[in-house]
Write a protein that binds this ligand. Sequence first.
Ligand SMILES: Nc1ncnc2c1ncn2[C@@H]1O[C@H](COP(=O)(O)OP(=O)(O)O)[C@@H](O)[C@H]1O
Ligand SMILES: [Mg+2]
Length: 134
Amino acid sequence: MHLKSLSLINYKNFTSRSFDFDAKINCMVGANGIGKTNVLDAIYHLSNGKSYFNPITSQNINHDASFFVIEGEYLKDDRPEKVIISAKKGQKKIIKRNGKNYDRFSEHIGFLPSVIISPAYRDLITEGSEKKIY
Ligand SMILES: Nc1ncnc2c1ncn2[C@@H]1O[C@H](COP(=O)(O)OP(=O)(O)O)[C@@H](O)[C@H]1O
Ligand SMILES: [Mg+2]
């Protein structure tokens, strides 16, 4: 699976911004607060239907806006897949794949697997699998 491009409108600190990604390794470099983690969170959002860092959807809308749109263009099993998540204050979040609305978010979960590894989960990698995380 390859996330080819990501475009964000009013997602957190981004008002309008697009990114193209390589099929292998991508590095993001920039000053503190520029939005690197927010880009990762937008990708997580496309996979999991919600933010990793702040599951309260309205708080992920840019402070000066009333909606956000996250759009990802993927190649999966050699097929193009376009996923769009949009949220408007006071309305139910919408998730679409190739132009078609999902009835339930749960139908989408697992289609575009992604995880965020944060320092809080470091022990899962370095320690045994019985380690509990609180
Ligand atoms: N809803 C929002 N509206 C506007 N800015 C936001 C919102 N949520 C987070 N931010 C801003 O995003 C910035 C943090 O971005 P972040 O991705 O953590 O930066 P980095 O990882 O590059 O250090 C902060 O300046 C924060 O104020
Ligand atoms: Mg960061």
